[in-house]
Design a protein around this ligand. Structure first.
Ligand SMILES: *Cc1c(COP(=O)(O)O)cnc(C)c1O
Length: 386
């Protein structure tokens, strides 16, 4: 018998518990809503979790990427190599520094930037590489760091999907020169809007702190303390990218549960792998040895030749059964702005184009009940024609 769930399973719904609610209320009652003690606590907790020298909270990963690129000295005339299989924020951050993004194709199975293609794209103007740990799978950082040291390039990691990721015993956030994380509502650790930059470099850390709050010389949150008025000096035309205590209040408790939620994401991941093994779908590539995958997105490849339906038809079928899905992503090279500005054609990045036309993400939130997981599995199986 075919049954259908009554309520809509929203894709990427966050799991918010009483501790977050209480901490937000505490924040409101304290009257200290902006950057203050909770942000400082959250930064220190995140720094310890990652094991990085520094962690600077910001109001989004996009802001973190932009600040990292400015701190790394990127600007007009520079080239920055990255992948087309990413969110537009990665590319927009590069463009906003004045630098030129240079896309190189990804691997079709891992969906990650291909280090061999990076090396071919390096020119005398190349200044940085921006690897994206798509879906939570760590990029081949040994190869990328090797290129960076041989060619004198900065490595700025987009780790929006990869808070929990580990590459060969090293936590993502301790490998490249700068790493930006996201706490957007759909991400693995949530603050509503929010982000964090980690680095082991004292000078880069100092720059980021100053640039994130208008370019004021004072340490961002000391100025708001109760030691009396302090004059501030502007030392750089900075940005308004600081995180609020209201946001950190949520993040403190989200981060304290990160090991538990990753375990749940892993269970859901394995359940999907087992349930779909006999279907004509592309499943996520097996994990690389000696890595921890952050299990941010579980993506299926819907190849019309094998499945008998298109990706968009598949999404529509799940939608009609009250299951929300997502697309991560339609490659950067296929969007009109970048296409017209840089002259990209779909065939320039055949793997990214192939993935863009087939990829669909199904729910992976730790909030899913066993019944929800059963509904997703049944709906996927029913969507694929016999
Ligand atoms: C979500 C995301 C971002 C941007 O994160 P925000 O915190 O929303 O600014 C950047 N890159 C990737 C790959 C993302 O998924």
């Amino acid at each position: 018998m075919i049954t259908m769930r009554n309520d809509y399973l929203t894709f990427g719904a966050p799991s918010i518990e009483q501790a977050e609610i209480d901490e937000v209320v505490d924040c409101l009652r304290s009257g200290w809503l902006g950057t203050g003690p909770k942000v400082a606590r959250f930064e220190e907790m995140f720094r310890q979790y990652i094991g990085s020298g520094h962690a600077m909270a910001v109001n989004s990963c996009t802001a973190g990427l932009h600040l990292s690129m400015i701190a790394a000295g990127l600007g007009a005339g520079d080239e920055v190599i990255t992948t087309p299989m990413t969110f537009c924020a990665t590319i927009n951050s590069i463009i906003h520094t004045g630098a030129t993004p240079v896309l190189v194709d990804c691997d079709r199975d891992t969906q990650l930037i291909d280090p061999q293609r990076i090396e071919k794209a390096i020119t005398p103007r190349t200044r940085a590489i921006v690897p994206v740990h798509l879906c939570g799978r760590p990029c081949d950082m040994d190869a990328i760091m090797d290129l960076a040291s041989r060619y004198g390039l900065a490595v700025i990691e987009d780790a929006a999907h990869a808070i929990e990721a580990v590459y060969k015993g090293r936590k993502v956030g301790t490998i490249g020169h700068l790493t930006a994380f996201s706490f957007y509502v759909t991400k693995n650790v949530v603050t509503g809007e929010g982000g964090m930059v980690t680095t082991g470099d004292n000078e880069l850390a100092d720059k980021i702190k100053v640039y994130a709050l208008h370019g004021l010389s004072q340490d961002a949150w000391k100025r708001f303390s109760d030691d009396g008025y302090k004059h501030y000096q502007v030392v750089f035309p900075g940005f308004k990218y600081n995180m609020m205590d209201l946001q950190a209040a949520i993040g403190l408790h989200q981060l304290s549960r990160v090991t538990v939620t990753l375990k749940r994401r892993n269970e859901i991941w394995q359940a999907y792998n087992r349930a779909f093994a006999d279907l004509p779908l592309g499943l996520p590539a097996p994990d690389d040895p000696d890595t921890v995958h952050a299990r941010h997105l579980y993506t299926l490849m819907i190849d019309p030749d094998r499945c008998g339906i298109t990706r968009d038809e598949f999404m529509e079928r799940l939608h009609r059964r009250n299951i929300g899905t997502g697309v991560h992503y339609v490659g950067v090279h296929l969007h009109p702005y970048y296409r017209s500005l840089y002259g990209y054609r779909p065939e320039d990045f055949p793997n990214a184009t192939w993935i863009s036309e087939r990829t669909v993400s199904i729910p992976l939130s730790p909030k899913l009940s066993d019944a929800d997981i059963g509904d997703v599995i049944e709906s996927v199986r029913m969507a694929i024609p016999e």
